[in-house]
Design a protein around this ligand. Structure first.
Ligand SMILES: [Zn+2]
Length: 282
């Protein structure tokens, strides 16, 4: 099937966090969808250098940026918003009303945390997207569909479905080759996250762009995106149950996924899961 739309995915490099915090921050994607004359950006990055690269790509596309869509209320996906809106004043930033409400209620805390994590390199952001009326974003007349999938690494989580490309821009419902972030959710949420992954699978996509991925990973292989995320979540639930402590859980997951990028994300997920388990679920 021929289509007039094109897709350009920018994946930021792995970022080292300060010694006091420890670990690394996984590569994060921004997706530029282009039609003959217009462009829609999904998620903005947060480091000055990465936001500048996204802006460069928008300009290089030669298209008019009409819309910036934010998938969910995490700083790594929307802290570039203020800078991009200043540079592309004709663009409108949108998210589903549930995501807008979450951004409003957590922006202050995330600004504080981001200052501590990326002092000097991350952009500060007080811009908030407008609530999208309905579920449709137009790109040169083509309808792109916003779908609220519910739970991902956080809730609410939304994705953008591009029917003519059979493409899902998945935010953090899907990971690709990097350890998913399970520290902001727990055993009650993980089955719901798996349901979100199944909702994406049910669309029968050909392209799935993960919110966090290995920079060179392909977006058109469901085994490394949809199936990988579903199986990883199931494995984590199983191994949490079978493990004797967080170290053991990390070792078990690394044995299953030896090539995953960013072990520190797994360590954080494992330590948090074991803290919760000791506190009440054991
Ligand atoms: Zn993220």
């Amino acid at each position: 099937m021929s289509t007039a739309l094109d897709v350009d995915v920018y994946t930021s490099p792995l970022q080292k966090l300060p010694e006091a915090v420890g670990g690394w921050f996984s590569p994060t994607t921004s997706t530029l969808l282009t039609g003959p004359t217009e462009a829609v950006l999904v998620d903005t990055q947060y480091l000055e250098s990465d936001v500048a690269e996204v802006a460069r790509r928008i300009e290089a596309s030669g298209r008019t940026l009409t819309t910036i869509f934010i998938t969910h209320a995490h700083a790594d996906h929307y802290f570039g918003l203020e800078a991009l809106l200043a540079r592309f004043p004709q663009a409108r930033a949108v998210a589903l009303p549930s995501v807008v409400a979450e951004i409003k209620s957590t922006n202050e805390a995330q600004r504080k945390q981001w200052r501590a994590w990326f002092a000097g390199k991350a952009l500060d952001n007080t811009a908030v997207p407008e609530p999208l009326d309905g579920d449709t974003i137009l790109l040169d007349g083509e309808e792109l569909k916003v779908i609220e999938v519910g739970q991902a690494d956080v809730a609410p989580a939304t994705i953008l479905w591009v029917p003519s490309l059979r493409a899902v821009v998945a935010g953090d419902a899907i990971y690709n080759g990097v350890n998913p972030f399970l520290a902001a959710s727990g055993p009650a949420e993980w089955p719901k996250w798996i349901e979100s992954v199944e909702k994406i699978a049910a669309l029968e996509p050909e392209i799935v762009i993960a919110g966090h991925k290995k920079p060179d990973a392909a977006d058109d292989d469901l085994t490394t995106t949809v199936h990988y995320t579903r199986d990883y979540l199931r494995a984590f639930i199983e191994e949490l149950d079978a493990s004797s402590d967080s170290r053991d859980l990390v070792a078990r997951m690394q044995a299953r996924y030896p090539d995953n990028l960013n072990p520190s994300a797994l360590v954080l997920s494992a330590v948090t899961a074991w803290k919760r388990k000791k506190a009440g679920h054991a």
